[in-house]
Design a protein around this ligand. Structure first.
Ligand code: ADP
Length: 406
C-alpha cells in the first residue's frame, strides 16, 4: 500500500441491495455514497451521490441481475467521477458482515479461511451472511490485490459475560448448535456509545450508556465503560424490541402453538415473526412517520396505530429499566437510527415517567431537528438523554483503515 492510499470503500451487501460509501480517511471527506436496490428484479435502481467530487446525483433504473453486476455498476459510477476501484489511492475495502459468531471479536482481513468461517455461520444468519459473502467475492474479483476487511455486526457484543449471552436451555444442545445470544447492530452500538461519552466530555471507560438503536430493525445495548455487557438481539435479530416488521420478544411457546394448533409450517412462522409482525403486524404500517400521522388523524384507525405505538414504547421502557438494573449506574441513554434520531414523540414517550430513574426529556430540546449529536435532557437530570446520529459506514471505514495501517 502506498502512502497516498488514504481511501476506503465501505460495502454493505444485503440480500437484494448494496449500499456503498467511499471515504477519504485523511481529510474525513465522504467522496461518494450510493446504493443499488432491488437486485435481481426488472426494476433495479442505482442511486449515486458524488458528494465531495462536485458532481450531480445520478439515478438509473433497469435490470441488475446479481451482486456482481451491481458492484460492476457501482465501480463504473465511481470511475466516471475519477474515483474508480483501480485508483492507487484506495487503501482497502471494508465489508459489513452481519454474523461473526464468537470467533470474530475484531475487524479481520479476509482470506479463504475467514470466508469459510463466515460461510460456516450461514445457518445462524441465513438472510444476511450469504449476501455478505457474495459481496466480498465480487469485490475480491474486481481488486484481487487489495486488502478486504470484514467488520462484524456481532463483534462489539463478544464482551458480554457468559451469564448474559447464554440462554437457560440444556448446555449440550446449545453448544452443539452454537445457540446463544450474539447480538447485532454492534458497529452502531460501538460508535454511538463512544460518541455519547465524547458528548459528555468523558472517556468511554468512565461512562455507562444505554444505546437504543431504533431503525427498521431495533436493538438496545448496555455498555459499561466502553464494553457491551448486554444487548437485546440474540441468536438472530428477532429477539428484543418491537421492530418495523419483527415481533421482538415473545413466549417461545407461541411458535409451537402456531405449528400445532394453527397448522403453520416452520417457514411460515419464520416469515410471520420476521416480516409480518412488529409495527406492521400490529397496525399495517412499519414506518413511524405514517404511524404518527394516523395517530394524529384520530378515529378508529388512529386508535389502532396508537395501540401499536404503545406496545412499541412499553417494550422500550422495559429494556431501559432492565439495563438500568444491569448497569447499576447509568450516565446516559442514547437514541439513534431512523426512529431514534428523528421521532421526537418516541423519545418523549419512552422516557416519560422515568423520573424515578433520574431520566427526563426537555420538550423544547427534544423538538429541535438536527443532524448533530445533542443532549435532550434538562440540565438538572441525573442521567443524560442524548440523540446521537449513528454512522456505521464511518465506523467500518475507520476500523478497516486502522487495521490495514497497523
Ligand atoms: P434500517 O434499519 O433500515 O437501517 P433506518 O435506521 O434508516 O433503518 O430507519 C428507518 C426507519 O426510520 C423508517 O422505517 C421510519 O420508521 C423511521 N424514520 C425515518 N425518518 C423518520 C422521521 N422523520 N420521523 C419518524 N420516523 C422516521
Amino acid at each position: 500500500m502506498t502512502a497516498n492510499a488514504t481511501r476506503v470503500l465501505v460495502l454493505n451487501s444485503g440480500s437484494s441491495s448494496v449500499k456503498y460509501q467511499l471515504l477519504d480517511m485523511r481529510s474525513g471527506a465522504r467522496l461518494a455514497t450510493g446504493l443499488v436496490e432491488r437486485i435481481g428484479e426488472e426494476t433495479s435502481r442505482l442511486v449515486h451521490n458524488p458528494s465531495a467530487a462536485g458532481g450531480e446525483r445520478r439515478e438509473a433504473e433497469g435490470a441488475i441481475p446479481d451482486h456482481e453486476a451491481a458492484l460492476k455498476a457501482v465501480a463504473a459510477e465511481l470511475a466516471a467521477d475519477g474515483l474508480g476501484l483501480g485508483s492507487p489511492e484506495l487503501a482497502a475495502i471494508g465489508h459489513r458482515v452481519v454474523h461473526g459468531g464468537l470467533k470474530f471479536s475484531a475487524p479481520t482481513v479476509i482470506d479463504e479461511a475467514v470466508l469459510k468461517e463466515i460461510e460456516r455461520l450461514v445457518p445462524v444468519a441465513p438472510l444476511h451472511n450469504p449476501a455478505n459473502i457474495t459481496g466480498i467475492r465480487t469485490a475480491q474479483a474486481l481488486r484481487p490485490d487489495l486488502p478486504q476487511v470484514a467488520v462484524f455486526d456481532t463483534a462489539f457484543h463478544t464482551t458480554m459475560p457468559e451469564y448474559a449471552a447464554r440462554y437457560a436451555i440444556d448446555v449440550a444442545t446449545a453448544d452443539a448448535h452454537r445457540i446463544r445470544r450474539y447480538g447485532f447492530h454492534g458497529t452502531s452500538h460501538a460508535y454511538v456509545s463512544r460518541r455519547t461519552a465524547q458528548l459528555l466530555g468523558k472517556a468511554p471507560q468512565d461512562v455507562n450508556v444505554i444505546v437504543l438503536h431504533l431503525g427498521n430493525g431495533a436493538s438496545a445495548s448496555a455498555v459499561q465503560g466502553g464494553r457491551c455487557v448486554d444487548t437485546s438481539m440474540g441468536l438472530t435479530p428477532l429477539e428484543g424490541l418491537v421492530m418495523g416488521t419483527r415481533s421482538g420478544d415473545i413466549d417461545p411457546a407461541v411458535t409451537f402453538h402456531l405449528k400445532r394448533v394453527a397448522g403453520m409450517s416452520t417457514d411460515e412462522i419464520d416469515e410471520l415473526l420476521n416480516k409480518k409482525s412488529g409495527l406492521l403486524g400490529l397496525c399495517g404500517d412499519n414506518d413511524m412517520r405514517e404511524i404518527r400521522r394516523r395517530i394524529d388523524a384520530g378515529g378508529e384507525d388512529g386508535a389502532r396505530a396508537a395501540l401499536a405505538f404503545d406496545i412499541y414504547i412499553h417494550r422500550l421502557k422495559k429494556y431501559i429499566g432492565a439495563y438500568t438494573a444491569v448497569l447499576g449506574r447509568v450516565d446516559a441513554v442514547a437514541f439513534t437510527a431512523g426512529v431514534g434520531e428523528n421521532a421526537a414523540p418516541v423519545r418523549a414517550a419512552a422516557i416519560a415517567g422515568l423520573e424515578g430513574l433520574g431520566m427526563s426529556v426537555d420538550a423544547s430540546l427534544n423538538a429541535v431537528r438536527s443532524d448533530e449529536a445533542r443532549l435532550i435532557s434538562p440540565e438538572y437530570a441525573r442521567v443524560a438523554v442524548a440523540v446521537v446520529p449513528t454512522d456505521e459506514e464511518l465506523e467500518i471505514a475507520q476500523q478497516t483503515y486502522a487495521l490495514v495501517n497497523a
